[in-house]
Ligand binder design. Structure first.
Ligand code: NAG
Ligand code: NAG
Ligand code: NAG
Ligand code: NAG
Ligand code: NAG
Ligand code: NAG
Ligand code: NAG
Ligand code: NAG
Ligand code: NAG
Length: 604
């Protein structure tokens, strides 16, 4: 085995062997099949990391190029940006034991993941009796609902070039890459978007015009404004993309906007350093520019919070008793590699959970309701089980104050239900509901957004309408038209005899998941709608069971996702995404290390 790899890497080894035992690294990777053997890989990587960031980064660029895991510009761009964070982690932590190294193995290779959280009771004040808001009004007293628009994952590519190659060799296409200069174009990028590419500006403009027509009371935007060209990002590109979208929202949409920060809204991608890391590479530039760019909508106090609370804030919706709590979920994201640079147990990175609990307590005392908005929902395998569990503890305490959750990230139109007892998932125990996505970016389905019809007293949802632009219509490329794909009340209400005056409560959604179990026609409809009637994969049997289990998992320890180590990856398929979390990440380090693992096994 070692011989064949050595033969393959003969040119690479000659430059690399002087600084590190490349052989040992590749052997450890070839032998990796479980958590302990993944830690063995980290031991070898640490030997490289202690020789400095440059040695570490150059070594992996060499591997990436030699094994042709990606085009040279992609290898170089990705590893120079994110490689130093891994090297930093490896130097700081015990790689043979502990949670940090397990987390790193999970993030990079898909091993050592657990579906358990570290037991910890998050400190919370007792209930303030008398402040719990009253129950839903009787049907005859319901007022006319107001409308709210939810947009997410716009991923606008400001370098999108009409006529460039949409079927390129990179993880993402539709740019005029210089190394494609001269080759005939097989699939020219169209004016308003292509399924292999992020959103052109024209598509985003078209959506904002459709949003403006709705005349919503307000708009929520749950992050990921920046494109998926992770390997090309610089601070000034990210700043320009974030600022441009803020200006476009301000110019085109008359409703106030409540935004959140996504994992792509910084550089390196996903990298939000914890305050405990003692580094200046902490994405503060994102908080500073968002603080200024969002001030118009969220006001001075919330703007100050964005700057000083690592991107999170709370703001009141004018003329209502509703507050929007926008949360920077990236401190709970497994692909944020800054989370693995200390062996010390840190239950609340950057004090985010404490901030949330404090704001919910204040809202409870004022008798007001809160919508929690953020980029990454808490129930999937890509969220750290610890913080997901501790957030859930806060939710259990403030369930009468939190009137809704709204997230993006998966690019899908889906939901997650929270229960007072996850071992007894019945309608009566359903306490909260998170509405997720869909995305504007066409990479995983038709461009879409949601419109909520909201009860002005309870701030519960009376309906969810999904508005989309059908990319398969020939007219899409000259003028996208936006129309209703479906609305939840008409589609699902009759299946559970929903009374006309009832909200779409968490219990309602639980009952819909029960319908999915017994009525496969409805489930298959949901499966198609989940990917916005775009890239629909078949789902039955175990896939269906997992999907329903995940809809009932608000905590990541409760989902039924199985970790997917790199063995399914083949060499040229690095841009293809096999799991949902990879689709969210784009081409990042997880994709690179999975591809590396697969390539080593292929040559074994
Ligand atoms: C932090 O930023 C500096 C300057 O850009 C860079 O040299 C260094 O590698 C970064 N450190 C990490 C861990 O990313
Ligand atoms: C790492 O942890 C193991 C197990 O707790 C311990 O035996 C070992 O000494 C630690 N290594 C270092 C370098 O601290
Ligand atoms: C997750 O939990 C189940 C039992 O609830 C267990 O069988 C399974 O091995 C666990 N998975 C992991 C990756 O720990
Ligand atoms: C791509 O760039 C080349 C060289 O700058 C230029 O000649 C060509 O017209 C460009 N193609 C498109 C589709 O813009
Ligand atoms: C494209 O190719 C032409 C001729 O092959 C060359 O002169 C030109 O510099 C190339 N452009 C880029 C952007 O690489
Ligand atoms: C995309 O490129 C691949 C490889 O160059 C080729 O096999 C395939 O036919 C192309 N697809 C389209 C739609 O042009
Ligand atoms: C989208 O348009 C295509 C082509 O006109 C059509 O076949 C398809 O049914 C449409 N999809 C939806 C959900 O309306
Ligand atoms: C959900 O189903 C349960 C049991 O069938 C029923 O008692 C309850 O009324 C239903 N709730 C809603 C909101 O549909
Ligand atoms: C199953 O679902 C389909 C589509 O949602 C619906 O038309 C049908 O009436 C349902 N069947 C039953 C038995 O409820």
């Amino acid at each position: 085995m070692r011989l064949s790899i050595a033969n393959l890497l003969v040119t690479f080894l000659s430059s690399f062997v002087l600084t590190a035992r490349a052989d040992d690294i590749l052997t450890a990777i070839a032998n990796m099949h479980d958590c302990p053997s993944c830690r063995d890989v980290l031991v070898q990587l640490k030997n490289l990391a202690v020789q400095g960031d440059d040695v570490f980064v150059e070594g992996f660029i060499g591997l990436c190029d030699t094994l042709k895991l990606a085009d040279p510009d992609v290898c170089e761009g990705l590893l120079t940006r994110s490689g130093p964070i891994i090297a930093h982690d490896l130097r700081q932590i015990n790689v043979t034991s502990g949670k940090a190294s397990a987390g790193l193995c999970d993030a990079l290779f898909g091993f050592c993941s657990t579906n358990t959280s570290t037991p910890f009771q998050f400190p919370l004040p007792p209930s303030h009796h008398g402040h719990n808001p009253e129950k839903s009004p009787a049907s005859q007293t319901r007022k006319q609902p107001f409308q709210v628009v939810h947009i997410s994952d716009v991923h606008i590519d400001r370098g999108y070039t009409v006529g460039s190659e949409a079927n390129c060799t990179k993880p993402l296409c539709c740019r005029n890459f210089s190394d494609n200069n001269g080759s005939a174009i097989s699939d020219p990028a169209e004016p308003n978007g292509n399924a292999k590419c992020d959103s052109p500006i024209s598509l985003a403009d078209s959506m904002l015009e459709a949003v403006n027509v709705i005349n919503a009371k307000f708009v929520i935007s749950t992050g990921d404004v920046v494109d998926h060209f992770n390997w090309l990002e610089t601070q000034s590109i990210v700043e320009d993309e974030l600022k441009s979208f803020n200006s476009e929202l301000l110019a085109k949409v008359r409703s106030p906007v409540f935004p959140s920060i996504g994992n792509h809204d910084t550089t390196p991608v996903n990298a939000f350093a914890r305050s405990s890391s003692m580094t200046s590479n902490n994405s503060q530039f994102v908080f500073d520019l968002s603080s200024a760019g969002w001030n118009h909508w969220i006001g001075n106090d919330a703007s100050k919070q964005v700057k000083h609370e690592s991107g999170s804030y709370i703001a009141s919706v004018p003329g209502t008793r509703l507050r929007i709590l926008s949360v920077n979920t990236q401190y709970w994201y497994k692909q944020n590699l800054w989370l693995y640079d200390s062996d010390e147990f840190q239950p609340d990175p950057n004090g985010l959970l404490a901030f949330i609990a404090q704001q919910l307590d204040a809202a409870e005392q004022a008798g007001e309701k809160v919508w929690v908005i953020g980029h990454i929902p808490l129930g999937k395998e890509d969220i750290v089980e610890d913080q997901s569990n501790y957030y859930d503890q806060i939710l259990q305490r403030y369930k009468n104050t939190v009137a809704g959750h709204f997230f993006g990230h998966s690019h899908k139109d889906e939901f997650q239900i929270a229960y007072s007892d996850y071992n007894n998932q019945v309608a009566a125990n359903a306490i909260s509901f998170a509405s997720i996505g869909p995305a504007l970016t066409p990479t995983s389905g038709n461009p879409a957004f949601k419109v909520y019809e909201v009860d002005p007293d309870t701030f519960g949802l009376m309906n969810i309408r999904v508005i989309f632009a059908n990319m398969s219509k020939p007219s899409f490329q000259t003028h996208p038209t936006w129309g209703e794909l479906y609305n939840a009340r008409d589609l699902y209400g009759p299946l559970v005899n929903l009374p006309p005056s009832s909200e779409l409560t968490p219990a309602f959604w639980h009952n819909i998941t029960q319908v999915f179990q017994v009525n496969d026609t409805t489930f298959q409809l949901f499966n198609a709608l989940q990917s916005r009637d775009g890239a629909v994969g078949p789902c039955s049997g175990e896939c269906k069971e997992t999907r329903i289990c995940d809809l009932r998992a608000f905590r990541s320890e409760d989902n039924c996702d199985t970790p997917s180590p790199g063995v399914s990856f083949r060499r040229r398929s690095i841009g293809e995404t096999t799991t949902e979390s990879e689709a969210c990440e784009g081409f990042g380090l997880r994709s690179f290390f999975k591809a590396l693992h697969a390539a080593v096994l292929l040559h074994d």
